[in-house]
Design a protein around this ligand. Structure first.
Ligand SMILES: NC(=O)c1ccc[n+]([C@@H]2O[C@H](COP(=O)([O-])OP(=O)(O)OC[C@H]3O[C@@H](n4cnc5c(N)ncnc54)[C@H](O)[C@@H]3O)[C@@H](O)[C@H]2O)c1
Length: 391
């Protein structure tokens, strides 16, 4: 396979585990990719010298643990950080791709710059907060003829494949309603995302994943949405955002049948919660039900040091001794599928049009973006129903 040069924009929690004991998901995926493929040049563009210093130290340790030699180029910008990613996009040798992992409100600007520079581009979710932006990005992708996707890793969780199959094969009849509960610990908004938490909200951050899974598993179109939110703990800590948001979305199947999804989200779970993500999905159909507990994956570890933990071994886990650690999981697969797709496109072995049906492309992400935008609009308008049109 062609050596793929890569620009990573952002050096935060998801890229390399900023503020955590771990290494995030993006860099572990890249190093895992390097075990079986030749990695081209990798540029890491971040906003501050501090961010670069932390990323360098994390990547050095992780490379050693994984037994990979890395020689990344690190660029940091002045003030806004714009100069760093602009330079990286200009200088990276072609063929190249970009992985954009910056706060939500910057996705359109920065992913747009990557696409304009002619790079295949992967953006962490949500693609953007508004349909107007998601459509503009999709138009840009078409104009520049590059492959663009959103890093919706839950699509690669086999539990969600089983859900999709149950619906597609009509094992549970026609869906009547989905019930989703998804939450994370308080530290996420309070500590990790403090700098930009008021530019997003918990539905936009977590709910969007399951808006995409509902679409992925049913192929349905969202018709309207309403939402209600509660403020409490975070406001008491001086952070003006909702603790929890519940969204109700009505959808229409390709068959014309309608169903509803209830997506309940919060990010004020106790730090002592036994898993980072508490997540469950249920679908009730006319001929049965499908239930998936996506928190309790069957492992419980109890130690003096950490109390009770119920880790998800299927997302992004490190296995093996120091010096030969491997990262495995659907988070890793999601990023590596993008790298492999981009490399095959460059070799002329894969058609971008084919991926439109198979992957969470920018065009497909217009659907989850529309749900997020309608939920946000409903929150602003005292929980009124908001129609979703023209997607
Ligand atoms: N943390 C997760 O588990 C996770 C999972 C999936 C998706 N995401 C998404 O990833 C995005 C970032 O999340 P995070 O967890 O890494 O947050 P974070 O706050 O830890 O990191 C954000 C990073 O963006 C950088 N940044 C901001 N402006 C920049 C610029 N102009 N140029 C380069 N870098 C810039 C910041 O310096 C920081 O390194 C969000 O959209 C979030 O929804 C996060």
């Amino acid at each position: 396979m062609n050596d793929m040069n890569i620009v990573i924009i952002g050096s935060g929690m998801y890229v390399c585990g900023r503020g955590t004991e771990g290494y995030g998901t993006v860099v572990p995926a890249l190093l895992q990719w390097a075990k079986n493929n030749t990695l081209g040049q990798v540029y890491v563009a971040a906003r501050s010298a501090k961010g670069i210093k932390m990323a360098k130290a994390k990547i050095k340790r992780l490379s050693r643990d994984m037994g990979i030699n890395t020689d990344f180029t690190y660029l940091c910008g002045k003030k806004s950080g714009k100069s760093a990613y602009v330079k990286a996009l200009r200088e990276v040798p072609r063929p190249a791709c970009a992985i954009v992992a910056v706060p939500d409100n910057l996705h359109t600007e920065i992913a747009g710059a990557a696409v304009r520079a002619g790079l295949h581009t992967l953006v962490v979710k949500p693609l953007a907060p508004t349909v107007k932006e998601a459509k503009a990005l999709t138009a840009l992708q078409k104009k520049h003829g590059v492959y663009c996707a959103v890093e919706f890793h839950k699509r690669l969780d086999l539990a969600n494949h089983a859900l999709r199959d149950a619906i597609r094969k009509r094992a549970i009849g026609s869906p009547l309603y989905f019930a989703v509960e998804y939450s994370q610990r308080k530290n996420i908004p309070y500590r990790h995302f403090k700098a930009w938490v008021e530019n997003t909200n918990i539905f936009q951050y977590l709910g969007v994943h399951y808006a995409d899974i509902v679409y992925f598993s049913t192929g349905a179109t969202p018709l309207r949405a309403m939402a209600i939110g509660q403020k409490g703990w975070l406001v008491s800590k001086g952070i003006n955002t909702y603790d929890s948001i519940e969204g109700v979305i009505e959808w229409k199947m390709p068959s014309g049948k309608k169903f509803v999804s209830h997506i309940l989200t919060n990010w004020v779970d106790p730090e002592s919660s036994s898993a980072m993500s508490d997540q469950k999905i249920k679908v009730i159909g006319t001929e049965g039900r499908f239930e998936s507990d996506q928190k309790k994956r069957g492992i419980t570890i109890v130690t003096d040091k950490n109390g009770t933990e119920e880790p998800n071994p299927y997302f992004c886990s490190a296995y093996g001794e120091k010096g030969e650690v491997s990262y495995i999981g659907y988070g890793i697969d999601s990023i590596n599928t993008f790298l492999s797709d981009a490399a095959l496109i460059e070799e002329g072995k894969l058609n971008i049009k084919y991926l439109e049906k198979e992957r969470p492309t920018f065009r497909q992400a217009i659907v989850s973006t529309a749900v997020v935008e309608a939920v946000n609009e409903s929150l602003r308008r005292n929980s009124m129903w908001v129609a979703i049109r023209g997607i």
